[in-house]
Write a protein that binds this ligand. Structure first.
Ligand code: HEC
Length: 131
């Protein structure tokens, strides 16, 4: 009785672990579609977030900056057509959400920005890149 209960419990925990891992993998590998259309409101919300959290490293105009500390990669230009970590909205979303390994000089923002926040920033970057 006790042993079979333990077995079921272990099976359940394993199952939960497996499904959880699969979900995270899917989020990272999928070509995510941007669900947030680039309305003026979305771009304005993205601008606020950019100015607060991103401008320090990527510059007011998004053109990036030299490394602030020795050994750190330079902060990327976010308004040219070169993307080191993928150019789709989904790729950019993933970089902002999960950071860039291994240095993590570009840190992950999932703990501070909601999904909507991140899509708004992506829309803002697209908007300033066009100018
Ligand atoms: C502490 C400095 C710093 C802050 C703050 C920062 N970044 Fe970065 N970011 C970097 C660096 C450095 C890289 C280059 C990482 C690499 O290539 O290893 C980078 C890379 C990126 C890239 C990938 C560009 C490419 O070419 O693929 C995107 C997109 C990006 N940052 C967006 C943002 C956004 C949006 C924010 C604000 C939420 C932000 N960053 C905040 C330093 C920063």
């Amino acid at each position: 009785m006790q042993a079979s209960f333990m077995k079921s419990l272990i099976a359940l925990i394993l199952l939960m672990f497996l499904t959880h891992t699969t979900v995270i993998q899917a989020e990272i590998n999928n070509q995510l579609e941007n669900p947030q259309s680039a309305t003026p409101e979305s771009v304005a919300a993205g601008e606020k977030i950019y100015k607060r959290y991103c401008q320090l490293c990527h510059g007011e105009d998004g053109t990036g900056s030299p490394p602030r500390e020795a050994g750190f990669p330079a902060s990327s230009n976010l308004v040219d057509s070169e993307w080191d970590h993928g150019s789709t909205d989904g790729d950019i979303y993933n970089v902002i959400q999960n950071g860039v390994e291994p240095e993590m000089a570009m840190e992950p923002w999932f703990d501070r920005l909601s999904e909507t926040d991140i899509w708004n920033v992506v829309n803002y970057l697209r908007a300033i890149a066009k100018k």
